[in-house]
Design a protein around this ligand. Structure first.
Ligand code: SF4
Ligand code: SF4
Length: 285
């Protein structure tokens, strides 16, 4: 089996114009509530209001992948990134990864998660040769986290306020440790929310670097209507650049993330083609 991480367009700047990625939208539910996310409109882990034309079952996702690869043979990576959280829908997520690995032994596999519930699945992720996992960690201080998360639901229990943020943070850091012990590349996404965590992102980078994270992605928060944060403006690009500069002393930066849709397909930065969207609709029927 030849899985070349050089072909991952998100992690290798040089491959992003040559190789494409596909997100399979098989994970509709979420197990936390971020104050910048409106579940009515769906949302994506990577802070892009979410956007998937359809949610697919694992078998539909495989069918869709078959068609997408026919139309776009440069696809080198399959990711699961929502439209909710992959591990709030662990059966669907793991079944999809198994099916893809069985049918596409050379494909890079990647998942993006809030980190609450991934820990129990890391051994199997390793077995399936999932090479990249993104954890979105917006705060390393539960007091700040409590301003960002309205609630967290874990093992059928609801948590709120600081307790919710502590639970989430604990699980995120345990997951990061285990990912690194398992040899999986760990990317940290941190959403910059002005007035909430913009002065704290550098602490997130420092702490996660100490625990072995590989790459850091500072993402500007995306203003979505009907959320607790709807009156918070998006960060100015200069603020984003200055935070990237400060955090780069701790971790290499990913700067070309396009905050892709949960059903993104093709070259990063290019819109989904009509032909591929038609395949998505057909796969879902
Ligand atoms: Fe929305 Fe993602 Fe936060 Fe869940 S983890 S509430 S899907 S932004
Ligand atoms: Fe890559 Fe960012 Fe798009 Fe995910 S959202 S596929 S990390 S460019």
């Amino acid at each position: 089996m030849t899985i070349s991480i050089e072909k991952h367009p998100c992690f290798n700047d040089e491959s992003r114009h040559t190789f494409g990625r596909i997100h399979l939208p098989v994970a509709p539910k979420c197990n936390i509530q971020c104050n910048y996310c409106n579940r009515k409109f769906d949302c994506l882990n990577e802070n892009r209001p979410g956007v998937t034309s359809k949610v697919l079952t694992p078998h539909q996702a495989l069918l869709y992948l078959d068609k997408a690869v026919e139309l776009s043979p440069n696809i080198s990576v399959v990711g699961i990134a929502g439209p909710g959280d992959p591990f709030a829908n662990p059966e669907e997520t793991m079944e999809t990864l198994r099916l893809v690995r069985k049918n596409y032994p050379d494909m890079l596999l990647c998942v993006a998660t809030n980190g609450l519930n991934v820990l129990d699945y890391i051994d199997e992720l390793k077995e399936l040769q999932v090479s990249h996992v993104t954890l979105t960690i917006n705060a390393i201080d539960p007091q700040i986290g409590a301003e960002i998360y309205a609630w967290v639901r874990h093992r059928k229990k609801m948590y709120r306020d600081t307790r919710a943020a502590e639970m989430l943070l604990h699980n995120q850091l345990e997951a990061l440790k285990k990912l690194k012990a398992s040899g999986i590349t760990a990317k940290i996404n941190a959403i910059i929310i002005p007035g909430i965590n913009d002065r704290h992102i550098v602490d997130v980078a420092r702490a996660t670097a100490e625990m072995g994270a590989d790459i850091f992605n500072c993402l500007p928060y995306y203003n979505t209507r009907e959320t607790v944060f709807e009156n918070i403006p998006e960060p100015h690009p200069e603020l984003v650049t200055s935070i990237q500069r400060k955090t780069s002393q701790y971790l290499p930066q990913m700067k070309h993330c396009a905050r892709c849709r949960a059903d993104a397909v093709g070259i990063i930065g290019q819109d989904n083609s009509d032909a591929l969207m038609k395949q998505l609709q057909e796969a879902a029927t």
